[in-house]
Design a protein around this ligand. Structure first.
Ligand SMILES: [Zn+2]
Length: 408
């Protein structure tokens, strides 16, 4: 048999052909012809491994190895089919290829529960926003009205694009799995951050996925002549805005287990010689602990209060909030024990990025294994993970599936 490392490297190389931007990274947008070609490749690969193959009403691809007791909930393993624009060849694809290699190497004689490989549609949300389309469909949380309502920037709806892809959006509810039919979910994924690579550790055991709070903040002061207004007599909205978010970022830095980012800031009217009378910024906070999110929000509110006291007007608009998701402590323990048995060094960490696992965790025990991202790079053509690390993740995954067969 082809070696595990070689098999993973070959599949990732083959899969990297399905891009709309050859030579400029992986661009595999949902319901595109590149995604169609990738889906057909997977169906063929799954068929060759003897899996029962199907595509669901969301366009996700599944392959099942039947266990002895079909009444038991399945073990699902995989990742997402799509990519960002000019992303890398590992995000999503790495986890699918690992799941395929697990299916090839599982001891089928000892399989009590169904093992299902999944390649989920539109996790990234690159064209239509939102994301997690495949996993939300599996969980029964997408309906036809959603597909008709949600549109890309050109005004093309998900429903229209699904039809062009060969799917009927009116059938989307049929993609839902019966509650309890997925017992456990494992997703192998690149870390997409620098921690494992910097520490030289081949495997990360993911404890949970951070919650995200987003805000639009507006600070209003007084526009005035930038030459004649003394520094101590200004109502500079931009300076006020900067003081606000620096307080939040400094707290995040001091705590170390959370992040806060201002991704955009604008000052108005925007001229050399006018003190800004209005400043707007987008602030995002991420943390695994709910109480940390509360603390950061508290710091934001206090900083805004101080800006008010300094004579500025402030407006805070929360634009979105997602809760932190804890992955299964039981599966985390099984994976830790597997690493010990196999002699694979590992460390536990939270995921700062969103994943399908957080959606499926709503109805199943979920686990994630991270492999190092070289240089901490992801969502860019330079994204790279070592096949040797992916192979180690597969070994741990196989141990996990074995352990799950023995569970009472
Ligand atoms: Zn991903």
């Amino acid at each position: 048999m082809e070696g595990l490392e070689q098999a993973i490297a070959r599949r990732i190389e083959e899969f990297s052909r399905f891009t709309a931007t050859p030579g400029q990274g992986c661009t595999r947008l949902p319901f595109s012809k590149e995604t169609r070609a990738a889906a057909e490749y997977l169906k063929e690969a799954m068929g060759q491994l003897g899996l029962e193959v199907w595509e669901d009403q969301a366009g996700s691809v599944f392959g099942r190895l039947a266990g002895r007791d079909r009444s038991l909930p399945c073990v699902m393993c995989g990742s997402h089919l799509d990519s960002v624009v000019s992303g890398g060849n590992y995000d999503g694809a790495g986890g699918i290829m690992c799941a395929l290699e697990m299916a090839r190497r599982l001891d089928r004689e000892k399989l009590e529960r169904d093992f299902v490989v999944c390649a989920l549609m539109d996790e990234e949300g690159c064209r239509f926003g939102g994301g997690y389309f495949g996993s939300l469909s599996v969980m029964g949380k997408i309906d036809a009205a959603y597909c008709r309502r949600v549109k890309d920037p050109e005004g093309v709806s998900v429903a229209q694009q699904m039809k062009a892809y060969g799917l009927d959006p009116e059938d989307i509810a049929q993609a839902a799995w019966a509650p309890g039919s997925i017992g456990d979910y494992l997703e192998i994924h690149a870390e997409q951050g620098p921690v494992l690579d910097q520490q030289g550790v081949p495997l990360g055991l993911v404890t949970g996925i951070v919650g995200i709070r987003r805000y639009e903040v507006t600070v209003l002061g007084q526009s005035n002549h930038a030459g004649t207004t003394p520094m101590d007599q200004r109502k500079d909205a931009l300076t006020g805005a900067t003081r606000v978010f620096l307080q939040v970022e400094e707290l995040a830095q001091a705590r170390g287990d959370c992040v806060a980012t201002v991704g955009r800031i604008q000052a108005f009217p925007g001229s050399y010689n006018i003190i800004p009378g209005r400043a707007e910024f987008l602030l995002e906070m991420r943390a695994l602990e709910q109480e940390r999110l509360e603390e950061l929000e508290g710091a934001l509110n206090q900083a805004l209060e101080e800006a008010r006291a300094a004579g500025l007007e402030v407006r805070l608009e929360p634009t979105s909030a997602s809760e932190p998701v804890r992955l299964s402590p039981t599966l985390l323990r099984y994976n830790r024990e597997a690493c010990t048995r196999l002699g694979i060094p590992c460390l536990e960490l939270a995921s700062g990025a969103g994943h399908d696992a957080q959606i499926i965790a709503g109805g199943a025990r979920a686990a994630m294994l991270f492999v190092p991202s070289r240089g901490g790079l992801s969502h860019c053509p330079q994204e790279w993970s070592d096949s040797a690390h992916l192979a180690q993740a597969v070994q741990v995954g196989l141990e996990l599936v074995g352990q799950l067969q023995q569970e009472k």
